[in-house]
Design a protein around this ligand. Structure first.
Ligand code: NAP
Length: 440
């Protein structure tokens, strides 16, 4: 039996595990994660009201329940186990750690209280145990920057009908905070035109049709666009925006503003954000944008950067800091000179950058696993006896198991059921450790 370690139990890692099982009956897979909970971005990134996408966990659960798969939760790469130890203990190692950091705007006032990354808000409403509590007290106007699906997600959660949010798995404290919120205006600001926005049409339409929310789109942003060369998604986005611009919502409880061709140049406030300054933009040289010098000031108590995620390097593993990825040739890890490093592979956002939807990881993992299995076929199984368990025992690391996760799962279902909800997330380390056992 050959043994493969997959570092990261998110969608990319679990699609890789699935492909490994399907591709070779002689392979066993150990999946490691820093958290005691598997499913990564499906659990902690996919919006809580997108229950359809969250249901992919059923596929992943079957993968983890397979006899040839072992889940090691609460094991952090670089702290609890090193690259060298994994390479000693396994025939191959697959890095599937995603992109956990966010990008900054680099403008004055970005450090004010009330200026945050959308990632922090997503982590909070998804009940991630590392998330800081987010207060919406006194927040009436929110401005998000970036016109991708993350901006659409956070805008939708902030504007959604409060009763609808109770049908999600949000932690109770998050639900209470959102129920009490007095957000009346949400702005989505793009530095280029609507034809350049990266959100997908289904997600955009869902946002534009929230009950009781008046969408406002500047008509001139939608004029003079040559649609002949645009793909279906972009034409769909433009049609959705045009419809929204023409729609009048009776007695709206909130307003959604979509503002294009504007970039943030300053956040203002005394310690706490109270306004953002936007500058008009126009197409510049070489596909870039230039500033028009014309500025507008929008009152805002919360500004959210949704301008893309960024991966962190893994200790001792090659990293391309410019692209924010582990460099590879179709998933085979390479060093700075482009030489393939034997037995090391990469999948997901840490391989291709933070793009694509959950399903994109399936074809991405298939490419990497095809190469991995081809390489394995030419090699003798290493058959290291103690494996990861021995390394962890020697270091005194108490890892968690798939059975531990099942207990967390049952506890969350019971917590939700008691309140008539499908699930309520356990959102603290103490709460999770309390279920798993071991020191809090
Ligand atoms: P994204 O789609 O790459 O969008 C990032 C946005 O930020 C772009 O509009 C970009 O504009 C803008 N931006 C970048 N730097 C900027 C700056 N300095 N100033 C102003 N704007 C800036 O990324 P994302 O929204 O973080 O989403 C990441 C991936 O997850 C995407 O593939 C997305 O589709 C996926 N996702 C999917 C769903 C879903 O399916 N429901 C939900 C969430 C996320 P430019 O184009 O001008 O660079």
């Amino acid at each position: 039996m050959s043994r493969v370690a997959v570092v990261g139990a998110g969608p990319s890692g679990l699609f890789a595990a699935q492909a490994l099982l399907a591709g070779d009956p002689g392979v066993a897979v150990d999946v490691l994660d820093r958290l005691p909970t598997p499913y990564g971005l499906v659990r902690y990134g996919v919006a809580p009201d997108h229950l359809g996408i969250k249901a992919t966990t059923r596929v992943f659960e079957q993968v983890l329940a397979e006899g040839r798969v072992t889940f090691y939760g609460m094991v952090e790469f670089g702290r609890d186990v090193t690259r060298g130890e994994l390479l000693d203990a396994y025939d191959a190692v697959v890095y599937a750690v995603g992109a956990s950091e966010d990008t900054r705007l680099g403008i004055p006032g970005e450090a004010l209280v009330g200026s945050r990354s959308a990632r922090e808000l997503v982590a909070w409403y998804s009940g991630h145990p590392d998330a800081l509590p987010q207060s919406l007290a006194g927040v009436r106007s929110v401005v998000t920057f970036g016109v991708g699906n993350v901006a659409v997600d956070v805008a939708r959660i902030l504007l959604h009908d409060r009763d609808h949010l109770a049908t999600t798995d949000m932690p109770e404290a998050v639900l209470e905070e959102l129920r009490a919120s007095s957000v009346e205006d949400v702005w989505i600001v793009g530095r280029r035109g609507p034809q350049h926005a990266s959100f997908t049409t289904t997600e955009l339409r869902e946002l534009l049709h929230l009950d009781g929310v008046q969408p406002v789109v500047t008509a001139s942003d939608l004029e003079g666009i040559d649609e002949s060369d645009l793909d279906r998604r972009v034409r769909g986005n433009l049609a959705a925006l045009r419809e929204a611009a023409a729609r009048v919502v009776e007695r709206p409880r909130a307003t959604l503003h979509l503002a294009f061709w504007r970039r943030p140049v300053e956040f203002r406030g005394e310690g706490r954000l109270d306004a953002v300054v936007l500058e008009g933009t126009a197409p510049g040289v070489a596909g870039g944008i230039g500033g028009t010098g014309r500025t507008t000031v929008i009152p805002a108590q919360l500004a959210l950067r949704a301008i893309g995620y960024r991966a962190l390097p893994l200790a001792e593993v090659p990293f391309d800091a410019t692209r924010g990825v582990i460099p590879s040739v179709e998933g085979r890890v390479v060093d700075a000179d482009g030489t393939v490093l034997p037995r090391e592979y990469v999948v997901g956002w840490i391989k291709r950058g933070p793009t694509g939807v959950i399903g994109t990881n399936k074809s991405d993992a298939a490419e990497t696993v095809r190469h991995l299995l081809a390489d394995l076929r030419g090699a003798e199984p290493r058959g290291v006896p103690g494996g990861l368990a021995e390394v962890l025992a020697a270091r005194g690391v108490r890892s968690s198991t798939f059975e531990d996760w099942r207990r967390i799962d049952e506890a969350e279902l019971a917590l939700g059921g008691a309140r008539g909800r499908p699930r309520t997330k356990v959102e603290t380390w103490a709460g999770l450790r309390g279920i798993v056992g071991g020191p809090a």
